[in-house]
Design a protein around this ligand. Structure first.
Ligand SMILES: [Zn+2]
Length: 198
């Protein structure tokens, strides 16, 4: 499950990557309310499991689709298979702002056990606050210095995004790198064969 396989990506990218592909088809890691609970737990977001409902699932999926649309815009993504159901960039922008406005949160300083700690306070349910926080982090990712490092992975059949955290990194994962090298090798081998035949 990519949400668990790519723990080093920023949380907005991990939300985008709840859509993933294998050889046969696209998969959605946010298909049910339980999936959402598992995803929130995987990214360390606070939530009350029992309080999650279909409305939260729909809202997270809408934010996810919006973020995939914006990532496609920022990375000039040409992968047809990866296209978001959110067609327009301004529609995606409105969705991000809706997620934030649904549960405005602000940083809060706490003095606990003799230590200063950062926490967040605000309105709305814990799920809505988590969504608001993912949307706020996404604004930082899409407009900050990291935006140029956001990449679509062009591994064979891949629909994931990643942040290029190393100058030589080309793929979302070692698995995609291996598949891409194998595909290149196969293509070279085939063209050599056809050259010999000519
Ligand atoms: Zn990939």
């Amino acid at each position: 499950m990519p949400a668990l396989l790519h723990p080093d990506e920023p949380v907005p990218v991990r939300l985008m990557n709840t859509i993933w592909a294998d050889r046969s088809s696209l998969h959605d890691d946010l298909a049910t309310v339980d999936d959402l609970g598992a995803w929130l737990a995987a990214v360390g977001s606070e939530h009350e499991g029992s309080a999650l409902g279909e409305a939260d699932l729909a809202a997270f999926r809408a934010l996810r689709d919006a973020l995939r649309r914006l990532a496609a815009f920022v990375t000039d993504d040409t992968r047809e298979k990866a296209a978001s159901p959110t067609a327009a960039v301004d529609e995606a922008v409105a969705e991000v702002n809706r997620a934030i406005e649904a549960a405005p949160a602000w940083p809060r300083l706490e003095f606990r056990g003799g230590h200063l700690q950062a926490s967040r306070a605000g309105g709305g349910s814990t799920a809505a606050r988590s969504r608001s926080s993912v949307a706020a982090q996404a604004i930082g990712l899409l407009t900050g210095p990291g935006r140029d490092e956001l990449r679509a992975c062009y591994g064979p059949g891949c629909v994931l995004y990643f942040v290029k955290d190393h100058p030589r990194r080309e793929w979302c994962s070692a698995g995609c790198g291996n598949r891409a090298r194998a595909a290149r090798h196969y293509a070279r081998h085939k063209s050599e064969q056809s050259t010999t035949r000519d």
